[in-house]
Structure formats: structure tokens, C-alpha cells
Design a protein around this ligand. Structure first.
Ligand SMILES: Nc1nc2c(ncn2[C@@H]2O[C@H](COP(=O)(O)OP(=O)(O)OP(=O)(O)O)[C@@H](O)[C@H]2O)c(=O)[nH]1
Ligand SMILES: [Mg+2]
Length: 315
């Protein structure tokens, strides 16, 4: 009796901003690792989640949404997505229903239809239609039909799987099918990460991201786009035999007026940001946490590489 070969490879999650890529990533990982908000361009950094099962190992990469960048900072964000796209064995192209099936979008590196067709030729593509919980059932089939028209005919390349799902629904059947389709496309190979590895990022990364997430969720308009979060110091403490992690973080803003809004009346807003971020951090680390937040005006924060790619494990 021969043992079944193990699958192993990288899965890049790409699509327009706000289509639910990070929500899907968390659903598949079964825990909150990636940050999510109703605003587009929430994800700025690459985040790998490692899923090891009897089938093998899938390294899922959550990425910034694709669009045409207007600044150097955005160019860097999109650059991370492109790099991951090139190195991926399978690509989940996530769209939501607001995104017209036949409309085309210009990325910095070509038109969407061309990008998808290249991936289709390489047999790497799975198209995910997310947020189907918001759609009347009878509208889904015409939507899929229209979507297929924009792909290459099967004489030229195999039609890729098109998987409708709701990343927000627990145990969604579509999400389970997406995993099956993905294992089928992944190559055979040895495990890349140790079995118990869940992510390539360290604790500081999640602390800084969970703070940034709350700024995206709680603060209006353009302010979240101009902030960065640094973790300045971390300390492990023990109180009456109970472990505790303490984090000191700075929210860097570009304007003095933004500082006031982040702090809020009597410090109310900053407290709210800190409380929610701390709860999420405790959920992830499964230990008690304290989070000390500070706001500083540092208009040049995004020029520092350290800030632009926080918490990546090296080697
Ligand atoms: N109704 C519904 N909303 C969803 C679903 N999945 C995600 N959302 C919502 O869509 C919004 C964007 O979700 P994200 O996961 O942050 O989207 P993203 O594609 O990672 O966005 P960027 O990182 O900005 O590119 C959030 O408000 C989510 O709660 C879904 O299946 N159904
Ligand atoms: Mg995201």
C-alpha cells in the first residue's frame, strides 16, 4: 500500500480592495489573524497563515487589494501583492458582487482580464465570488455566466473553478469547496514550515496591526490612511503566577489636528481603540495583555522601512 503524496504550496489571496480577502483568510485559518474593516485598503502588509492538514500544507498569503497606486507608499503596498502573485502556486482571485462581472479595471501592471487570463493559462487560478449572503439566489447564475464570458474559452485553457461563498458565514459550504479545489491544484511536495507553525509574523506585528484596525474601524474618513503604528517596547510580566504581556505602542499621525481626533474628548477615543485592540490581542495570544497607547505627530513615518514592514520573522 503506497502512502498518498502530500501537497504543499503557496496560495496568494488577491482582488480589488474591500472584497473580503482578509475575512476569508481568517475564516480558513479558523482564527482572527488578519485585520478587517469596512474601509478599502485596510491591508497594507503581507501576512502568511500556515494550514497543515492530512492533505499537506497550504501557506495562505493575505495581501493588499489591487488598484492603480497614486503614491510611493501605495506603490510599495501593491508591489507586495505582485511579488506574492508571482511566487504563488495557486491564486484566489476574490471579487464581491458590487464588482460588475464584465467591467475591467486597470492595475499598475495591466488590465484585470489579462492578469486573470495569464493565471488561467498557468492553471493557477480559482475565482471566488464573495458576499453571496447579500444576493438573491436567482441572481447568482447569471452573474457566474457573465463572469465566464470574460475568461478564455476552454479550448485555449481550462476553465478555472468559480466558487461562490460567504466568508462571513461560519462553516460555509463554499469555503469548504474552495479548500478542496485548492488542494487539487497544489503540487506534491514536502512541508515548508514546521507542523505547528501558524504564521510568519511575530507578536509585535499583531499588536501593531490590531491597533491600526481599530483606527480604521472607529475613526472617520481619511485619517486611518495617514497613520502608522509602532511597537516601542514589549515586556513579559508575572503577577500572582499569571503571565501577562505588556505592550507600549505609538500611533504616528501626519497632522496635529489628527492627533486630537485620535485622542478624543478626555482621551475617550484612544481608550476605546486600546480596549478593543487589547481584547483581540488577548484572544490571539491567550494570555492577559496590557496595551499602553501614545499618539505622536510624525509626518514622515512611512519613509522608515521598519514601520513599513513590521514584525516579519527573518530566517
Ligand atoms: N456581507 C458580507 N460582508 C463581508 C463578507 N466578507 C467580508 N465582508 C465585509 O467586507 C468588508 C471588507 O472586508 P475585508 O476582509 O477587510 O476586505 P479586504 O478584501 O481584505 O480589503 P482590503 O484589505 O482593504 O483590500 C468588511 O466590512 C467585511 O466585514 C461576506 O461574506 N459577506
Ligand atoms: Mg484585507
Amino acid at each position: 500500500m503506497s502512502a498518498t503524496a502530500q501537497k504543499s504550496g503557496f496560495v496568494a489571496i488577491v482582488g480589488l480592495p474591500n472584497t473580503g480577502k482578509s475575512t476569508l483568510f481568517n475564516a480558513v485559518m479558523g482564527q482572527k489573524l488578519a485585520i478587517v474593516s469596512p474601509k478599502p485598503q485596510t491591508t497594507r502588509y503581507r501576512l502568511t497563515g500556515v494550514l497543515t492538514t492530512d492533505e499537506g500544507q497550504m501557506a495562505l498569503v493575505d495581501l493588499p487589494g489591487l488598484f492603480k497606486p497614486k503614491s510611493h507608499f501605495q506603490e510599495k503596498m501593491i508591489g507586495r501583492s505582485l511579488e506574492a502573485l508571482e511566487g504563488a502556486d495557486v491564486v484566489w482571485y476574490v471579487r464581491d458582487l458590487d464588482d460588475e462581472p464584465l467591467s475591467d479595471v486597470e492595475f499598475s501592471f495591466g488590465r484585470r482580464s489579462e492578469v486573470l487570463r495569464d493565471l488561467q493559462r498557468e492553471k493557477k487560478l480559482i475565482i471566488v465570488i464573495n458576499k453571496v449572503d447579500t444576493l438573491a439566489r436567482e441572481k447568482l447564475l447569471p452573474y457566474i455566466d457573465a463572469l465566464q464570458q470574460s475568461l478564455l474559452p476552454h479550448e485555449e485553457a481550462p476553465i478555472p473553478p468559480i466558487v461562490p461563498l460567504s466568508a462571513r458565514r461560519p462553516s460555509d459550504k463554499g469555503t469548504l469547496r474552495l479548500l478542496q479545489e485548492t488542494w487539487a491544484l497544489l503540487p506534491d511536495g514536502p512541508l515548508v514550515y514546521p507542523k505547528e507553525t501558524r504564521t510568519d509574523r511575530n507578536t509585535e506585528f499583531f499588536a501593531s496591526e490590531f491597533v491600526r484596525e481599530q483606527v480604521f474601524r472607529l475613526i472617520r474618513k481619511e485619517i486611518p490612511y495617514g497613520i502608522g503604528v509602532t511597537i516601542d517596547h514589549v515586556e513579559a510580566a508575572k503577577k500572582r503566577k499569571r503571565e501577562k504581556q505588556r505592550f507600549w505602542a505609538t500611533i504616528c499621525v501626519s497632522k496635529e489636528t489628527h492627533k486630537g481626533i485620535l485622542i478624543g474628548d478626555g482621551g475617550k477615543m484612544l481608550k476605546q481603540i486600546g480596549t478593543k485592540a487589547r481584547q483581540n490581542l488577548m484572544g490571539l495570544l491567550r494570555t492577559r495583555c496590557e496595551l499602553f497607547l501614545h499618539v505622536a505627530v510624525k509626518p514622515e513615518w512611512h519613509r522608515h522601512d521598519e514601520l513599513a514592514t513590521p514584525g516579519e520573522r527573518r530566517g
